[in-house]
Design a protein around this ligand. Structure first.
Ligand code: HEM
Ligand code: HEM
Length: 149
């Protein structure tokens, strides 16, 4: 990725992996407490606090990295009109995660249930959209001759 320090993409992927893994770990407890759905999946018990702390640490870091992507990567791609479709979907998914995450913190019971549905939908779509964006990146690099066909 042009204009970023070596290792930036690796840090981005490591952070997104932690974000997804911590979110996934929180799923059974969230379904149980918010929707009364016990799917018989894993239970974190007293470890939930640690998973929630890891989730918070990874989403703070994700938002910081998105800020860094905004200043160079997104503007450069936008000016060249490359890989824009999956990029916009990615940004919509992150936007929904942020807004629904805030509602999970501060909303009342009913709106919290709706927020959980939106949060999980956007959360599980995230890897799919990232994969689509990476395929688009390979195609964009081929078009510019930066990668062999
Ligand atoms: C930048 C992206 C994300 C942000 C800003 C974010 C934000 C938040 C916030 C603020 C909370 C409430 C804190 C808490 O209940 O402990 C939360 C909880 C949660 N998040 Fe995320 N999150 C993100 C990504 C994800 C992803 C990718 C997943 C799914 C794989 C996910 C799944 C969950 C779950 C299951 C909960 C627990 C909800 C509950 O206990 O009611 N999150 N998230
Ligand atoms: C308007 C928003 C965006 C545009 C127009 C855009 C555009 C592009 C383009 C053209 C490429 C291929 C060549 C290059 O690296 O420049 C690319 C690659 C990539 N994008 Fe984006 N992007 C956007 C947002 C995002 C977001 C939000 C993420 C965060 C997850 C992201 C993560 C990546 C990654 C990881 C690569 C592959 C880099 C590599 O393998 O070196 N992009 N993007």
């Amino acid at each position: 990725m042009n204009g970023y320090p070596a290792g930036f993409v690796r840090i981005l992927f490591a952070t997104l992996t932690l974000l997804f893994a911590s979110g996934l770990a929180l799923v059974p407890n969230a379904l149980d407490t918010r929707l009364g759905l016990d799917l018989g999946l894993w239970s974190l018990g007293g470890q939930r606090t640690w998973a929630a702390a890891l989730h918070a640490a990874s989403f703070f870091t994700t938002l910081m990295l998105l800020g860094a992507l905004w200043t160079v990567h997104m503007r450069a791609g936008w000016v060249r009109r490359e890989n824009v479709f999956s990029a916009i979907l990615l940004l919509v998914a992150f936007g929904l995660l942020v807004v629904s995450g805030l509602v999970l913190y501060y909303g009342d019971e009913l709106i919290g249930q709706v927020a959980l549905g939106i949060h999980l939908l956007a959360g599980f779509l995230l890897p799919v959209l990232l994969f689509a964006h990476l395929i688009g990146a390979v195609q964009a690099q081929r078009r510019c001759g930066l990668r062999r066909p």
